[in-house]
Write a protein that binds this ligand. Structure first.
Ligand code: GAR
Length: 210
């Protein structure tokens, strides 16, 4: 296909969301997009092994090699430019980047968050902490959100959301797993396909999907 969009995936951990993207690509379900590079913020991220197993280029940009968020963000911006990224996907990427990066790639970065934004999001709400907070509040429904990344953490335009029931004996781990299986692994690849097929517009801070 002509004009394929280069998808660069940012990871920090296990990479099950990356795996969902790889599997969707293998089924021909990423539309006009192709995963061209995976960048990890941690050298031991298992997500890197998943990429290598599938012949995808990997790079690392280790957060603790940089003194502050500004210098790390600058290095990330340069790496994404080098990789000619058309779409940048945060798939369990646990480092907050500053506005230089989203300003360089406006409405071209998307994140998957394991809750129904605006609940249980923002600084400190990542990974299992999100599900601990949801269970502590006693919510009966949680879920996942895919949204554009802006300078404000977890506050960019919402693209897709999917609700998931909380069950009586849920632990943070069981709730996390159900939200991944029933929501994240479905709506992340779908949002990527919609983006790569130019189906998402942003109007006054709100997305419109064709
Ligand atoms: C996922 O649940 C993802 O939504 C969450 O971390 C997990 C990563 O798992 N991301 C955040 O909390 C970002 N704020 P994975 O490495 O297996 O995809």
């Amino acid at each position: 296909m002509s004009n394929m969009k280069n998808i660069v995936v940012l990871v920090s951990g296990g990479g099950t969301n990356l795996q969902a993207l790889i599997d969707a690509q293998a089924r021909g379900e990423l539309g006009n997009g192709k995963i061209t590079c995976v960048i990890a913020s941690k050298a031991d991220a298992y997500a890197l092994t998943r990429a290598e197993n599938n012949g995808i280029k990997t790079r690392t940009l280790i957060r603790k090699d940089y003194p502050d968020i500004a210098s790390y963000s600058k290095a990330m911006k340069d790496m994404l430019t080098e990789e000619k990224a058309d779409l940048i996907v945060y798939a369990g990427f646990m480092t907050i980047l500053d506005e230089q990066v989203c300003n360089a790639f406006p409405n071209k970065m998307i994140n998957v968050h394991p809750a129904l934004i605006p609940s249980f999001c923002g600084k400190g709400f990542y990974g299992l902490h999100v599900h601990e907070a949801a269970l502590a509040k006693g919510v009966k429904v949680s879920g996942a959100t895919v949204h554009f990344v802006t300078a404000e953490c977890d506050a960019g335009p919402i693209i897709l959301q999917k609700a998931v029931e909380v069950e009586k004996n849920d632990t943070p781990e069981t709730l996390q797993r159900r939200i991944m299986e029933q929501a994240e692994w479905k709506i992340l690849p779908l949002a990527v396909k919609l983006f790569c097929d130019d189906k998402i517009k942003v109007l006054n801070g709100v997305t419109v999907i064709e």
